[in-house]
Design a protein around this ligand. Structure first.
Ligand code: NAI
Length: 334
């Protein structure tokens, strides 16, 4: 029987621990797809990854046909079908943005090169580790010969956060809410957009205006409550939980891959993918868009109307992505 090889970097970290068991149980690829896990860590994280591998064995998951732990990217990505690039360098005290970008370029460049050298021809890789969009850009640029549309970055957590907020304020089941979009960077500048969203088939902005009293009140709520809440949710979680988002981030990464490989029939989700110039986003940037997949990879949902309010928010986040790209180019990456 053929296996899917899933490589997880930073597997000894928090998100890694929240990912491994769900993937091995079949939550990501389906309950009929046997898989092999390759866990990549740096030497300081190897023992934690080895411990997780022992626990995976103790779960006796029927779909799990092997786990390998390594600190060598070339071994980790050997035959890799799906890469989940979670391990990254966090911002240390006093670290400037350029240092952070350079430190991460030193991780994602070699991993991109290892993917090009040893992964399966149809490899797909999602970058979770921050700054996720620019790390994906670096990995794609370093992966000589691998089409850049095989690389994406995770904004599904932001998407799910937006849906969660709407579900709570409208007191409506999550599955009634469709076609929310996250545009731009996975950062505080992101634009969570509900202008095309529907609630049980009705324009969601109309439902919001009815609930809130007027169109003006609904717009004020979106600008003053909804958008800051979604884009600042990571900080809110840290403040309340005393630790960063872990289970929700792992869940989003699983849903990102699941929908990419199984498709998004009749709807869309959000993911950061390489721009081909859609909606005026400069070609080559890894930008979050509304995306759909037919099972062969995410594509931007085209033809949506972008009003002035949305335009200026998208432009602001794209400007940040351009800055990050220029900074890594100046350092000789991408
Ligand atoms: P963590 O610090 O618990 O784990 C990171 C792991 O990566 C560590 O075990 C570390 O040893 C490992 N690592 C570092 N460099 C590596 C390398 N070159 N190769 C392989 N492994 C390496 O962090 P956590 O909580 O698991 O978060 C991981 C990343 O995910 C962070 O960058 C975080 O900011 C990001 N994140 C992204 C989200 C998104 O929506 N895109 C949401 C939440 C977190």
């Amino acid at each position: 029987m053929t296996h899917t090889t899933v490589t997880i970097t930073g597997a000894g970290g928090q998100i890694g621990y929240a990912l491994l068991f769900r993937i091995a149980a079949g939550d990501m690829l389906g309950f009929d797809r046997p898989l092999r896990l390759r866990l990549l860590e740096i030497p300081s994280g190897i023992r934690a990854a080895e411990g997780a591998a022992l626990e995976l064995q103790d779960c006796a998951f029927p779909l799990l046909h092997g786990v390998e732990v390594t600190d060598d990217p070339r071994v980790a990505f050997e035959g890799c079908d799906i890469g989940m690039l979670v391990g990254a360098r966090p911002r240390g005290p006093g670290m400037e943005r350029a240092d952070l970008l350079a430190a991460n370029a030193g991780i994602f460049g070699p991993q991109g090169a290892a993917i090009a050298a040893t992964a399966a021809p149809d490899v797909r890789a999602v970058v979770v580790g921050n700054p996720a969009n620019t790390n994906a850009l670096i990995a794609a640029a370093a992966a000589d010969g691998v089409p850049d549309d095989r690389f994406s970055a995770l904004t599904r957590l932001d998407h799910n956060r937006a849906v969660g907020q709407l579900s709570a304020v409208l007191d409506a089941p999550v599955e009634w809410i469709r076609d929310v979009a996250i545009w731009g960077n996975h950062s505080a500048t992101q634009f969570p957009d509900v202008s095309h969203a529907t609630l049980a088939g009705r324009p969601l902005s109309r439902v919001l205006a009815e609930r809130m009293g007027s169109v003006g009140d609904a717009l004020a709520w979106l600008d003053e409550v909804f958008i800051p809440r979604v884009s600042g949710r990571g900080a809110e979680i840290i403040q309340v939980r005393g630790s960063s988002s872990v289970a929700s981030a792992a869940n989003a990464a699983i849903e990102h891959v699941r929908d990419e490989v199984h498709g998004t029939p009749g709807g869309w989700t959000s993911a950061a993918i390489v721009s081909r110039g859609e909606y005026g986003v400069p070609e080559g940037l890894v930008c979050s868009f509304p995306v759909a997949s037919d099972g062969t990879g995410y594509r931007v949902v085209e033809g949506l109307t972008i009003d002035e309010r949305a335009r200026s928010r998208i432009d602001a986040s794209v400007a940040e992505l351009i800055d990050e790209r220029d900074a890594v180019r100046a350092l000789g990456f991408a």
